[in-house]
Design a protein around this ligand. Structure first.
Ligand code: NDP
Length: 495
């Protein structure tokens, strides 16, 4: 039985107001007479409603519907040759983590099971600070230039007048951005409707870099492969589950952990040296590309297990703030322009959503000392630096910088500063063609059916433009799809 007394001897059965004073009556409003008006002097009624009115915080612009759990990352293979990061320092080393899965386009109450990319964001609470790897369940993305990101998201959201989601906007955007076709084929394929969060892989997606104790940098991609095995819903199964249980993925994850059936993933990395970057036939920092496994083999690193459900959904999951700019010594960014924009955008969105002191909230607090010269701001909930001088450097005791942690320089290609056309010199079609080959014939057929269903109501001009892109990927596939689309139109017309 839980105790009614806390260690200080306080009575834990006592219901209080926010100031700690006891609530004597929570059923009846203070009124002037049994049938008379409510009195402004009912401070408890006012406090109750005022707090209720402010319960919702701004939801994330993307990845609003999320679920997550705490767990442990354990190193199984030595990668100290690549990284000096403390979490990789020894085989067997364990680091606590928080993993948040999400839908991308839908809002906070959206169904889990619709066709979408899924977020896969991990916070590693390392001894040297929090490392956030803010990835997806796909190794690639729809755009490679961050200038296009707000446009892309607008096209996936809701029509400005009617307020519903629109395949026309989606296909209009995709057909005007040929670099999206790799991710579009992936999304429309079997993996666009995972059976649960437990049955999908996670990918860091961008190229990052690892830095070892000798100050040497290699480029890296992160892959988390599910140990539950890949399992997906068909389009029909996903739609049926949307009606039956819109929180299916959230419930599945929570219940598995509750029943001690802890889900886990194996972390692999791919690495590339500067010489390999120079010899690479494509831009390895282009987020629409994978690094082929045959050329850049997967190297095992460790195991991530989720074993602890959130104590409170709002505190642990909704208030969790992941930012690719949360890096630790030994792990750094790369020249990928999408990553560079995300280094700014994620921390910025959390400042808007949760406030400038969001790093003080429970899921975001580093589990190592945080000694910083930031001061004040809304909801400053720690001692705000106490009496210590709030500027650096100063002549009094206080934290000092550590020059030995300065990163080795990142080489820049010589060139000029201008807005380079990111579609010149980029092959957007070979890797999507390879993805079609990776899919088995029944998977390709489901892909055609999924696209046909999704495109049914899209205006002909957009369909034709998208078919042109598919033709550049694989002419035979595009012809099969064109036939399927024309049959669907014929059926709809009653031919
Ligand atoms: P490989 O044959 O070595 O790898 C193919 C990979 O494709 C598999 O390892 C698996 O990734 C993934 N895959 C299998 N079935 C599907 C599917 N139905 N939908 C999406 N992905 C699937 O080839 P390459 O490395 O040369 O890559 C070929 C294509 O595979 C790429 O163009 C890309 O579209 C896709 N792919 C490649 C990945 C990479 O990092 N190289 C990662 C994921 C997909 P996994 O093992 O991660 O489940």
């Amino acid at each position: 039985m839980p105790s009614d007394k806390d260690p200080t001897g306080a009575d834990l059965t006592q219901f209080t107001q926010a100031n700690g004073a006891v609530v004597a009556n929570d059923e009846n409003t203070l009124r002037g007479g049994a049938r008379g008006p409510v009195l402004l002097a009912d401070m408890w009624l006012l406090e109750k409603h005022a707090h209720f009115n402010r319960e919702r915080i701004p939801e994330r612009v993307v990845h609003a519907k999320g679920s997550g759990a705490y767990g442990t990352f354990t190193v199984t293979h030595d990668i100290t040759a690549f990284s000096k990061a403390s979490l990789f320092s020894a085989v067997g080393k364990e680091t606590p983590v928080l993993l948040r899965f999400s839908q991308v386009a839908g809002e906070m109450g959206y169904a889990d099971t619709g066709r979408d990319v899924r977020g896969f964001a991990i916070k590693f609470y390392t001894e040297e600070g929090n490392w956030d790897l803010v990835g997806n369940n796909t190794p690639i993305f729809f755009v490679r230039d961050p200038m296009k990101f707000p446009d892309f998201i607008h096209s996936q959201k809701r029509l400005p007048q009617e307020g519903w989601r629109s395949p026309t906007m989606q296909w209009d955007f995709w057909s005007l951005h040929p670099e999206s076709v790799h991710q579009v084929l992936w999304l429309m394929g079997d993996r666009g409707t995972p059976k649960s969060y437990r049955h999908m892989n996670g990918y860091g997606s961008h190229a990052y870099s690892l830095i070892n104790a000798r100050g040497q940098r290699v480029w890296v991609k992160f892959h988390f492969k599910t140990n539950q095995g890949i399992a997906n819903f068909s389009d029909d199964e996903a739609n049926a589950m949307t009606g039956k249980d819109p929180d299916h993925h959230r419930r599945d994850l929570f219940m598995a952990i509750e029943q001690r059936d802890y889900p886990s993933w194996t972390l692999f990395i791919q690495t590339m040296t500067d010489d390999q970057v120079a010899a690479c036939p494509f831009d390895p920092f282009d987020l629409t590309k994978v690094w082929p496994h045959g050329d850049f083999p997967l190297q095992q690193v460790g195991t991530l297990e989720l074993n602890t459900n959130p104590g409170n959904f709002f505190v642990d999951i909704e208030q969790a703030a992941f930012a690719p700019s949360s890096l630790v010594p030994g792990i750094s960014y790369s020249p990928d322009p999408m990553l560079q924009a995300r280094l700014f955008a994620y921390a910025d969105t959390h400042r808007y959503r949760l406030g400038v002191n969001n790093h003080l909230l429970r899921p975001n607090q580093p589990r190592c000392p945080m000694q910083i010269y930031h001061r004040d701001g809304l909801m400053r909930a720690d001692d705000n630096g106490g009496a210590a001088m709030p500027y650096h450097p100063n002549s009094f005791p206080g934290p000092q910088v550590m020059p030995e942690e300065y990163e080795p320089p990142m080489p820049l290609a010589a060139g000029e500063m201008r807005r380079f056309d990111h579609r010149i010199g980029y092959d957007d079609f070979s890797q999507p063609a390879r993805l079609l080959q990776v899919m088995k014939e029944d998977g390709r057929e489901r892909l055609i059916q999924n696209i046909t269903g999704h495109m049914a109501e899209v205006p002909e001009v957009i369909k034709q433009r998208q078919l042109g892109i598919f033709r550049s990927v694989d002419a035979a596939f595009a012809e099969r799809l064109a036939l399927s689309l024309s049959k669907a139109v014929g059926l709809a017309a009653g031919d």
